[in-house]
Design a protein around this ligand. Structure first.
Ligand code: SF4
Length: 361
């Protein structure tokens, strides 16, 4: 039997059941996370905001040490606002998607300059802050301020795609998933928006996972169409179009001096890894062209690292050479450099791309 997501389920009773099951489960099974207030406690909006920005495209496990580092360095938003951008970028190094860190710093400044250090409690005002999009604004409204809000992250999208059996491909089906999120999370029966939002995040992270659906343990199984319909397989949803990223190529230089020092640079204030530490690097779109350009540098074809960015896939060849040969290339006259020893380089805050290269050193 096929059950359509447009079936004649009585929505008000169905939504009430959904809420009760999710929130009761959360009361017993909530994950303990350093930014999270337990049920009945008031969440700190600074912690909620900081964690939600860090969690964009990043796993909870990766975020926890960074969250703790930021809270130790800057316990309040005014401290973060007063910090140097370079210090914020250094603290963020390795977490990836670096525009988030720049926007985080800008946002802290706006919150302090325009709102006296308190996050505004209106979704439309939150949406005007740097780096805060619809998901983050809704998450802050629900979790920090206990307001009904349609929170839709990847976990919640997946739950609704399976729970209401939404055919079609992501991202085309996002508007349908958004409708379901609004239907279930803005309903009058939502008595604890913070717990409902966090319950769904936890169910998505621990039970209704991308490659595993533990339906027999799921609090939502009694209403889940993909589980109840024997002809459907929950793991088939949501369907995704495969995204092809363009490939780019680069050479990263390990420049060694006579005292076994290595050259690092503070990168320019604009562009890839802006204002962060890195190793000198040159990028090209064409691999053959790039290998030709550096043909005098003895590029070792087996020494490269691959790295996935949001908009492209990078294959980076690693070249080791002396100071004279490096400057003879004529590409790096104006870079902002420092020499560090092999031991010191491990302590430099580097983006993970360069950490992979340092392992080769
Ligand atoms: S019953 Fe299965 S498919 Fe449905 S929401 Fe729960 S884990 Fe996901």
């Amino acid at each position: 039997m096929k059950i359509s997501h447009a079936s004649s389920i009585d929505d008000s009773q169905e939504i009430l059941n959904f809420n009760n099951q999710a929130v009761s489960w959360y009361a017993q099974n909530a994950r303990s996370l350093p930014w999270r207030a337990m049920m009945g406690e008031t969440a700190n909006p600074y912690h909620v905001w900081l964690s939600e920005i860090m969690l964009q495209q990043t796993t909870v496990t990766a975020v926890i040490p960074y969250f703790e580092k930021f809270i130790n360095l800057w316990p309040r938003v005014d401290g973060l606002a007063a910090a140097d951008e370079a210090a914020v970028m250094d603290a963020w190094a390795g977490l990836g998607y670096y525009s988030r860190a720049r926007n985080l710093h800008k946002c802290a400044k706006v919150v302090c300059d325009e709102y006296g250090g308190e996050f505004p409690q209106e979704e439309k005002l939150l949406l005007k802050l740097p780096g805060i999009g619809p998901y983050t604004a809704a998450a802050i409204m629900a979790i920090a301020f206990g307001q009904r809000a349609a929170v839709m992250d990847g976990n919640i999208e997946r739950i609704f795609a399976r729970y209401r059996h939404v055919e079609g491909f992501l991202p085309d089906i996002k508007p349908i998933l958004k409708d379901y999120t609004q239907l279930y999370m803005l309903d009058d029966s939502v008595f604890d928006p913070s717990s409902l939002a966090q319950a769904l995040m936890d169910i998505g992270a621990t039970i209704c996972q991308p490659k595993r659906a533990r339906c027999t343990e799921c609090p939502l199984s009694q209403g889940c169409v993909s589980y109840l319909d024997a002809d459907l397989k929950p793991l088939d949803y949501p369907r995704k179009k495969v995204k092809e990223r363009p490939k780019r190529y680069g050479v990263c230089f390990i420049v060694e001096n006579d005292s076994q020092g290595y050259l690092i640079e503070r990168r320019p204030k604009k562009g890839l890894f802006a204002n962060m530490y890195g190793l000198p690097m040159h990028m090209e779109d064409d691999e053959a062209e790039m290998l030709k350009r550096f043909s005098g540098c003895e590029i070792k074809q087996n020494q490269f690292v691959e790295h996935i960015f949001t908009h492209f896939h990078l294959k980076l060849y690693v070249v080791k050479l002396g100071v004279g040969a490096f400057y003879d290339l004529g590409l790096f006259d104006n870079i902002n450099t420092e020499w560090v020893s092999c031991a010191e380089i491990r302590d430099v805050s580097l983006p993970s791309l360069f950490s992979k290269v340092v392992k080769i050193i």
